[in-house]
Design a protein around this ligand. Structure first.
Ligand SMILES: [Zn+2]
Length: 302
């Protein structure tokens, strides 16, 4: 009897949306976007910290139990998080599967780049980007389909809060559109600038803001370059007069140093995820910071 009463109270609390929806995301960027839509009606945790290779992570037992307690799991999808698939196999929770209301793969609504080259190879143990480039949150325009999917998913879990979620998303997108105008103006003088990146993190960002990524230091994403590949890359950068190398905070520092010192290019560290720098506390300030860094470093490198 007591059990039935408790169950009824719990059901009423959930139905009225009294408790925030508990969400686990695979990245801090998705966390920021869930917070932008969910506001105070969500409680969000990211499995990956911001300054970590997003493709390589070990999920800790404490995080597994957080997943177990969550109502919603939000992920980048494709082969971005091979570590999540391992964790899901351990967890064996039937709620976190494709087409479940408790599971959101935000890659679904995205026009993927680099999807035309099949790079899934049976002979490589570690590979990522096999189905297309997965760093799509770095085109700010992609936050529109991502937040649309988040809105629909949250509204299914907390139907009474739909209007609240819609108002939050609209406010976020209005701010984004305002900032986009400013960012385009700030990046205008860099349009057509040729860059080399360490990992293939930046094609979406580059396409949106007019940079041209001519080569990458990791020819196979996630696999360190061979000495002969590096030597030939450095020669090509010298020949082509490439002035900028874009690295991440977790890039191999000695490889970055070797490429810049031998090619004459300047290295710039951009922040790939929200929270990777104190100035990149949310999704919009992530772009604000990267555009500021690019504008000042690229001007100095000319
Ligand atoms: Zn990647």
């Amino acid at each position: 009897m007591l059990c039935a009463l408790l169950f009824l109270l719990l059901w009423i609390a959930v139905a009225w949306g009294a408790d925030p929806v508990s969400v686990v995301t695979t990245s801090t960027d998705l966390k920021a976007l869930v917070q932008a839509v969910g506001g105070e009606k969500v409680q969000v945790e990211s499995l990956a910290p911001p300054l970590h290779d997003p493709h390589a992570l070990e999920v800790k037992p404490g995080q597994l139990s957080k997943m177990k307690d969550a109502s919603l799991l939000v992920r980048i999808g494709l082969d971005h998080e091979p570590w999540l698939d391992r964790a899901l196999r351990t967890l064996s929770d039937r709620r976190f599967v494709r087409d479940s209301p408790n599971y959101l793969d935000t890659s679904k609504g995205i026009q993927l780049l680099q999807a035309e080259t099949p790079r899934v190879r049976a002979d490589k143990g570690a590979h990522v980007h096999g189905f297309g480039n997965t760093h799509y949150w770095l085109d700010p325009e992609n936050s529109k389909p991502i937040t649309a999917a988040i809105l629909e998913t949250l509204a299914r879990l907390a139907p009474g809060e739909r209007r609240y979620f819609e108002a939050n998303r609209k406010r976020f997108l209005d701010q984004l559109d305002e900032r986009l105008k400013i960012w385009f103006r700030a990046m205008a003088h860099l349009k057509g600038t040729r860059v080399v990146t360490v990992h293939e993190t930046w094609p979406y960002f580059a396409q949106r803001f007019g940079l041209v990524v001519v080569a990458v230091v990791e020819p196979t994403p996630g696999v360190p370059p061979s000495p002969s590949y590096l030597a030939s890359l450095i020669q090509k950068m010298r020949d082509a007069g490439i002035k900028l190398l874009i690295a991440e905070p977790y890039s191999n520092a000695s490889v970055v140093k070797q490429v810049t010192s031998q090619s004459g290019a300047t290295a710039i560290t951009l922040i790939p995820s929200v929270g990777g720098d104190s100035e990149a506390a949310d999704y919009l300030s992530l772009f604000e910071l990267n555009i500021k860094r690019l504008s000042s470093t690229a001007a100095a490198a000319r």
